[in-house]
Structures are given as C-alpha cells and as structure tokens.
Design a protein around this ligand. Structure first.
Ligand code: FES
Length: 184
C-alpha cells in the first residue's frame, strides 16, 4: 500500500474590492489572502507605498485608512471594501507638493528615499493629530538621529505662514549666493 497522500489544491476565488484611493473610486479583483499593500502595488499600480519588513515593524508601508494610520502589510485587502485610503501619492495637491514634502526635500529629510513615503504618511498623520500628544509621539516614532525629525519639527512647530516666510528667506539667501558667485 502506498503512503503517498495526494492533496488537491484549488485556488480560492478572487474577491472584487471597491474602495476610494486618494479621492478616486477604484476597483480590484484580488485573492482573499492579499494584503492592502499588495493590492495597492500590484493591482492598482500605486507603487509609492513600499514593501519593507512585512511584519508590522518598520512602518514603510503606512497609509491612511478612513483617517487612521494603518500598516498596509498587516491589513487585508478585503478589509478596505467601501473605505477611503490615502497613500503617499495623494499627499501632494496635483503638481504642488505638500509643505511637508517640501520641508523634507529642503532639509535632507529623505535620507536614501526608500522609506520616505512611510515617513511622510506617518508625519502627516502626526501633524494632523492632537498637538499635545505630538511631541511625545514624535520622539517615540522617529529616532533622534533621523534626518526626518528636523523636517517634521520644522513643519509642525511653525504655522504655514511662518514656514512660507522661512522658505522665502532661504530662497533670497540662495539668490544672493548666486549673485555673489557670479561676481567672483
Ligand atoms: S512593511 Fe514593515 S511595517 Fe509593513
């Protein structure tokens, strides 16, 4: 008598998911075991959200789900049926960068860039959260050595008006530098 047991595996049927991503209604047909991260990247071609540890530890896959920050690697695609998602692609207003993106670019907060979408999404959620909690959470979420911290601080501790003045001053200084180097 043979000891070989044959197990038949039948592929589970795909699920049809409808949701709103960055203000746009989207649909995808996904396997029931797929995560939100996989659906965004593989089915909706929104590759701004990055794969990192896929264990819920690094945060590079962070997105907003109905206004709450979630790890898309630990969220099943089926959970987002009918819900609203904001990814890093939705942070900018068309061609205009979100002030936080500009601050990251100006102050070198991007580092190598791979995890920047996760930093931006998390930082935006943090800035929009209760200001009393912000300071404590900032320390907890980002290591002191992270180049993202000054960029987040810069944006979160100044009003947009003051930030605009800061940017204008910086641009003026750049212009003066350029003029001086032309004279030399
Ligand atoms: S990929 Fe690391 S927490 Fe999701």
């Amino acid at each position: 008598m043979s000891n070989v047991v044959s197990i038949k595996y039948s592929k589970p049927d795909n699920l049809h998911i409808k949701c709103t991503v960055n203000g746009e209604e989207m649909q995808a047909s996904v396997a029931p075991y797929k995560t939100l991260l996989e659906m965004l990247r593989e089915d909706l071609q929104l590759t701004g959200t990055k794969h990192g540890c896929e264990l819920g530890e690094c945060g590079t896959c962070s997105v907003m789900l109905d206004g709450t920050l979630v790890l898309s690697c630990l969220t099943l695609a089926i959970e987002v049926e009918g819900r609203h998602i904001e990814t890093v692609e939705g942070i900018a207003n068309g061609a205009n960068l979100h002030p936080l993106q500009s601050a990251f670019a100006d102050l070198g907060g991007s580092q190598c860039g791979y995890c920047t979408p996760g930093f931006l999404t998390t930082a935006k959620a943090l800035i929009e959260s209760n200001p009393i909690q912000r300071g404590k959470r900032l320390k907890k979420l980002f290591p002191e050595t992270s180049a993202a911290v000054p960029a987040i601080n810069r944006f979160s501790t100044q009003s947009k008006k003051r930030y605009a003045v800061y940017r204008e001053r910086k641009q003026q200084m750049r212009r003066q530098d350029n003029e001086q180097s032309r004279k030399i």
